[in-house]
Design a protein around this ligand. Sequence first.
Ligand SMILES: *Cc1c(COP(=O)(O)O)cnc(C)c1O
Length: 408
Amino acid sequence: MDEQLSAARKDMEQYASYAEQIAEKNLVKILEAFRTENVSTQHFCSTTGYGYNDMGRDKLEQLYARIFGTEAALVRQQIVSGSHAISLALFGNLLPGDELLLLGMPYDTLQTVIGIGREVPCSLSEYGVSYRVHELDFANPDLAAIKAALHPQTKLVSIQRSRGYSSRMSLSVVKIAAIIDAIKSVRPDIIVFVDNCYGEMVEELEPSQCGADLMAGSLIKNPGAGIAPGGGYIVGKEEYVERAACRLTVPGAGRELGSSLIDNRLFYQALLLMPQVVLESVLGAVFTASLAARLGFAVSPAADEIRADIIQTIAMENSARLQAFVQGIQKYSPIDSFVTPEPWPMPGYDNDIIMASGSFISGSSIELSADAPLREPYLVFMQGGLSRYHVIYAVSRTFADMQEQGLL
Ligand SMILES: *Cc1c(COP(=O)(O)O)cnc(C)c1O
């Protein structure tokens, strides 16, 4: 395997020269925002109770708005996950009778939020919001077909940047911008929402800087940089963000409520580290793509493909290989390396899921992690890595173990 390993390192180095430029530009953008906002250690303190006039929380939100180029932001410890952030954005901005148009089937946990496929208590569908899934060719979105898919009752169009647990491609910001322009050219009143999970800082611009009205993500993914202990964010137009905040807290109070129970330093520091950590993850993924392809696996994206998110998929072809790979990632993680992950029926997902997450923050997927629903073609979704060298270590040893077990 030595030959393949050194070739994979070379492929990674080749991509690094491109990805490092993006990381540097994004870091400069973030540093400028810190300077403009006059961030100070006084913003790190924690608060209790209602959280009225929580300076650290408000400043953090101003900082997010500046970095993502939006009017407003909601960045909260009380948002429990990415799906929660997205759910708040949708529930806050869709009313009974409105239609939600989804470009492609959304991420598994959002299907229950929307009520796709089955009836779930408290879903948008139960509440009287209808939905339609418009299938998209993610490689080459048909803009005319998207325009034609807009109905008079369509209130919000949802675009998912990353692939999630599917074999579709991620959408580059350029493609997202073209879709937004097409929608706005015929219906400027429609709210364009982007699920930005796993996409933050992979490219130079964010979808919110290219016309998206509302966007959401998780703080145990990219913007948490492996150190934020939890939370989620929503950025976008003032009115839409405030409506989402009214779903999180109460109508009337919105963003004014919600104390910083945990001090805010980690959330600020995570922002500064995000471009670097995303770079490490991306390069780890490029290494993995190259090595896996050289060992005969179908991978997406390919090692030399320009990336729009941090996810790497490898087609493991059967359940035994898939489980061995995920178990290997766990074995070579810093935390719980002695644990053997098994498939289980995780709430919100239709298939059994096997997950490796030997992370400091529970469930964090900006730290090296691998997940897979047990379904054809046994794709494993690998993402994260605070250091590219951890990814190289874990992936190369996992494949070596698999070779020893006769699984390659
Ligand atoms: C991770 C992810 C989410 C949110 O998942 P949570 O586990 O709830 O944070 C939503 N959409 C996509 C595309 C994702 O990758």
